[in-house]
Design a protein around this ligand. Sequence first.
Ligand SMILES: Nc1ncnc2c1ncn2[C@@H]1O[C@H](COP(=O)(O)OP(=O)(O)OP(=O)(O)O)[C@@H](O)[C@H]1O
Length: 276
Amino acid sequence: MEANDRDILNVKDLHVQVKTDEGSSTLVQDINFGIKKGKILGLVGESGSGKTVTSMSILQLHDKKYMDIRGSITLQGRELNGLENKEMRKIRGKDIAFIMQNPMNAFTPVFTIGHQFIETIKSHTLLNKKQAKELAIDVMESVNLPDPYKLLKKYPFQLSGGMLQRVMIAMAACLQPSVMIADEPTTALDLHSQLLVLRLLDKIRSEYGTSILLISHDLGVISEMADDVIVMQHGRIVETANVLELFDNPQHEYTKKLLRTRPTLYSQEQPYTYML
Ligand SMILES: Nc1ncnc2c1ncn2[C@@H]1O[C@H](COP(=O)(O)OP(=O)(O)OP(=O)(O)O)[C@@H](O)[C@H]1O
């Protein structure tokens, strides 16, 4: 799964260093991958392996005073690395959506969901308030969110974490981003909400052709959702493979260890699979 021209998102020779008083320290290096239209690329690795540093580099969210990002990151052929903040702000949210672990952080507590939904759409499109509301309701209906009119009137604290995450994803989908980066989108949720969020991501990929970078430490999630997988350890990619190959025939010792130590079906109180 080498990066090539047909990829929507391409990362080539990414190398990120943090500058400290004692000198520079490398956080990730030799990162190469691509994601094709409508595909899900899983990114796995233990805590501290460099998953978030990689996704923050794609979004150009590192503080450049302290971080040095080298290499190329292209979205549909356009170089993002080094792009001015003003330009990057237009791309974030619109062309690349970011779904974070805790959806509460994405909403302002004092405004209704509807207000925030509509403002987000208006800030990235030429739609007026009425049109933005119609689009919000259309998308919420198309991704099977129950009772969109009621949902739009609620405040963030009135929704469960799972529902808030689904609203967040629907909000991102309104702008039809070409890429969605979902960083541990189900980690904070109960099993039922996890299932609904994963179904929703899958629907968005098939409905809108969105390419998804799915970051997770949960191999159950990755095996159900991803087409291809990259495995990171100590800031490097140690294995890249199609999801079936990776699970059937892992090559790297670290991948084998990850697979050996994952919770297996019925090994715990609760079954550990996701039926999508
Ligand atoms: N702003 C920063 N300054 C210095 N070091 C950092 C910074 N951000 C991350 N790191 C370091 O970079 C390494 C990779 O961190 P990163 O957050 O990407 O790991 P991760 O794989 O996302 O882990 P987790 O699954 O826990 O989120 C870690 O050693 C971390 O301490």
